[in-house]
Design a binder for this molecule. Sequence first.
Ligand SMILES: C[S@@+](CC[C@H](N)C(=O)[O-])C[C@H]1O[C@@H](n2cnc3c(N)ncnc32)[C@H](O)[C@@H]1O
Length: 327
Amino acid sequence: MKKKYCLYLNNGINFHYSGLTYCNKLWQDHSFQKYEQNYLKIFFEKRESTLSDAKDGIYPEHCQKCLYLKEVDENFHIDNKIKFIEIYHWNQCNCACVYCSNRETTKLEISKGRKHKGVINLLDNLKELQKQDRLSKNVEISLVGGEPTILHEFPKLLKFFIKNKYTVNILSNGIFYEKYITKTIKTNPNSSICISLDCASKENFKKIKGVDEFDNVVKNIKRYIKDTKDLSNKVIIKYIILKGLNDTKEEIDNWIKLCISIGVTNFFPSIEFCHSVKNPEKSELTQEICDLYEYMKSKIKEYNSEYTISTYDFVEDIIKNHSYKIR
Ligand SMILES: C[S@@+](CC[C@H](N)C(=O)[O-])C[C@H]1O[C@@H](n2cnc3c(N)ncnc32)[C@H](O)[C@@H]1O
């Protein structure tokens, strides 16, 4: 029996809005540990039992087809400390993106710092994990959703991450400029912000994101790039190719030109995947979209081979292996 390892199963925790789980990958099962009495304790008991099974080669069913479960060398050392923390414990946002799986529930929350009923205090949880000595020295945090800059604890959380020198990857819509994000990028190695701009015009932005904030977001991207100085490569700009909305070479070319004009050097091509993977029958992935994805990558490199192209492993996998139905 070959030894296997998964970064998320062995070393991950996901504070999801439905409860605690190991990962937030597309193939996850949904046996969340709800935020009810003693949830941390119960979660870690279940985790221990799962990891003990994993040592004997028995993995949760949803892990079987997941590309993050990898064969490793017999000598590969597996420890079970938490290295990867995904933060998705709420889903309020000041955008209503067409591709968002929480679009109907976000209620387009636009005020910053409002405390929401039923949302757990994350800082307390992270301090508790530290106290219980469950965290590795090299923790990597991903702030996945809703919009982090409007989360009431956000500045406090970032101060905590800065103090502990954790690597932090922040996904934001860029509507609010947050000075602690700049500070985190400058002080915590390998930290980044990724902003999903998804288009090159005010009109398309409104259609895709549901709000009239294109100019403001472009202005904030410029500001992050200026303020992070020689680390501006850690400001990553994303483009999700969406059928009928931004799926033309012209829009892609204009987006690349706009990004270059404001100093972007790290580009993130993507496709819509949440809805499609959950419901492959309604998948909007077409061969044209796959071709545009590859076109975007090569066009960026044509401008400058030194530019960084960030991608999701599983999107590359979907595109290359057509691992879900293509129309
Ligand atoms: C859940 S969003 C929310 C975080 C933040 N408010 C933002 O706008 O980036 C996190 C990331 O997932 C991406 N995303 C959301 N829904 C998606 C979908 N259906 N397909 C592909 N990417 C998606 C967004 O582009 C964003 O980069």
